[in-house]
Design a binder for this molecule. Structure first.
Ligand code: COA
Length: 143
């Protein structure tokens, strides 16, 4: 793939992500495409989504899901390939972590989880995440 070098000026915006942009970024990163209706519901039920905008176009995103108090999960941290390596992913994760800290009740702690794509662990280690070997998951479907 040809990587286009761009001089990146980006801004972050909270809760403006559309289902169409979500699907565009997710498929650009090689992840499974989801139906628009399901994505709209997911975004609506999420705790926070952050978009990175370049000239008004969404080029990166990240989401927080969880109970908003004790357990938080980072989801879909994705930057379009041609915009990677410019500090956008780091800014998105920092914004999400900042939001969690802002929501913490005084005197409490919270657990922040994520499932890293193989090979991306070092990106998250920079924020203090550690790999745990006890995670489990299950996929379900309805026909
Ligand atoms: C992972 C991803 C979000 C990183 O976003 P990015 O905008 O390219 O990252 P940044 O430019 O903000 O990089 C921040 C720092 O992490 C480092 N970094 C980025 N990707 C890394 C990786 N895979 N391994 C180790 N370090 C990494 C950068 O070198 C940079 O270091 P610095 O602060 O010392 O300069 C991006 O590569 C991406 O979207 N990948 C495809 C989708 C994906 O796999 N998402 C993760 C799902 S778990």
């Amino acid at each position: 793939m040809e990587v286009i070098e761009v001089d990146v000026h980006f801004e972050l915006a909270d809760n403006v992500l559309t289902a169409e942009d979500f699907i565009r970024l997710k498929t650009a990163a090689g992840f499974m495409e989801r139906p628009v209706e399901q994505v709209e519901k997911a975004l609506g039920n999420g705790l926070l989504n952050v978009s990175a905008l370049c000239d008004g176009k969404v080029v990166g995103m990240g989401r927080l899901v969880g109970d908003g108090a004790m357990y938080w999960y980072l989801q879909e941290i994705i930057v379009l390939p041609e915009y990677q390596g410019k500090g956008i992913g780091k800014s998105i994760v920092n914004r999400l972590l900042e939001h969690i800290e802002g929501c913490l009740l005084p005197g409490t702690g919270a657990e922040i989880g994520l499932t890293a794509v193989k090979g991306k662990e070092p990106f998250y280690e920079r924020f203090g995440f550690e790999t745990i070997r006890t995670g489990m998951k299950k996929w379900i479907e309805k026909s």
